[in-house]
Design a binder for this molecule. Structure first.
Ligand SMILES: Nc1ncnc2c1ncn2[C@@H]1O[C@H](COP(=O)(O)OP(=O)(O)OP(=O)(O)O)[C@@H](O)[C@H]1O
Ligand SMILES: [Mg+2]
Length: 239
């Protein structure tokens, strides 16, 4: 596999009990870039993300992060090492304020001393969150909740940010806002693995992408090449 990748995944397989979802997928995430994992409903994107985050044990395969084999690490150990998942569906705590939700992202020992500084960084990036810092998270719009989920992930001081379907259910203007924020994070040097059903925008943003179909990598290439691929255009871009 490619040398110098921050994350290298080989032969990743498994699912839920008897249900096999992933059939051995390989991909790499180079440092400082956006890599996309795209595919339709049920392709296995969230399952992959859960395995990377340590929330679901694979039945086979290797996950190398910063050169370490992390398959046996707990989710908390992975977060402490900078491998941070922003889960699908946002999952903010609705009755807590925006700021309380953000602070929860910094509860691990590595992040806690930097919480104040990170909070200012998140507010600088998302002024809408700063304006709403004392508002209950459940009263935010969907797009604002996605910003909050992203901000909470940033509070953990990620080295590799795993974003599972950040555009899910958002209005186009909010999708643009979130994708702009993701692009800005990458511009600042963050490494990002982006799982998305919004194939067109993801391929525009990602340097490299993998198309997941039925738990296997059907295609991979640069975002630009895949945007020009006739099969991708037909299946995912409605062209
Ligand atoms: N907790 C679970 N228990 C049993 N089956 C599950 C569970 N979670 C997901 N699955 C199944 O695993 C398969 C892959 O689901 P997954 O959530 O990984 O897809 P996805 O690519 O993220 O799709 P989407 O874009 O709709 O989020 C689906 O067939 C789904 O029904
Ligand atoms: Mg999913």
């Amino acid at each position: 596999m490619s040398g110098g990748a921050l994350l290298e995944v080989g032969g990743l397989a498994g699912g839920y009990g008897p249900l096999r979802v992933l059939h051995g997928i390989d991909f790499a995430v180079p440092a400082g870039r956006i890599t996309a994992l795209v595919g339709g409903n049920g392709a296995g994107k969230t399952t992959t993300m859960a395995m990377l985050a340590g929330l679901l044990a694979p039945s086979a395969g290797s996950i190398r992060y910063k050169g370490d084999a992390v398959e046996g690490w707990s989710a908390a150990q992975r977060v402490a090492a900078g491998l941070v998942l922003v889960p699908e569906g946002r999952l903010v705590f609705p009755d807590m304020t925006v700021e309380e939700n953000l602070r929860l992202g910094a509860i691990n020992r590595q992040a806690r001393p930097h919480a104040a500084e990170e909070l200012e960084g998140v507010y600088a990036q998302f002024p809408r969150l700063a304006e709403r810092r004392r508002q209950a998270a459940g009263t935010l719009s969907g797009g604002e909740q996605q910003m909050l989920a992203l901000g909470r992930g940033l509070m953990s001081r990620p080295r590799l940010l795993l974003l599972d379907e950040p555009s899910l259910g958002l209005a186009p203007v909010m999708v643009d806002l979130i994708f702009d924020a993701i692009g800005a994070l990458a511009g600042g040097g963050m490494t990002i693995l982006l799982s998305e059903q919004n194939v067109g925008l993801s391929l525009e943003l990602a340097e490299r992408a993998y198309v997941l179909e039925n738990g296997a990598v059907a295609l991979s290439g640069s975002g630009r090449d895949l945007l020009g691929n006739a099969g991708v255009q037909r299946a995912y871009l409605g062209l």
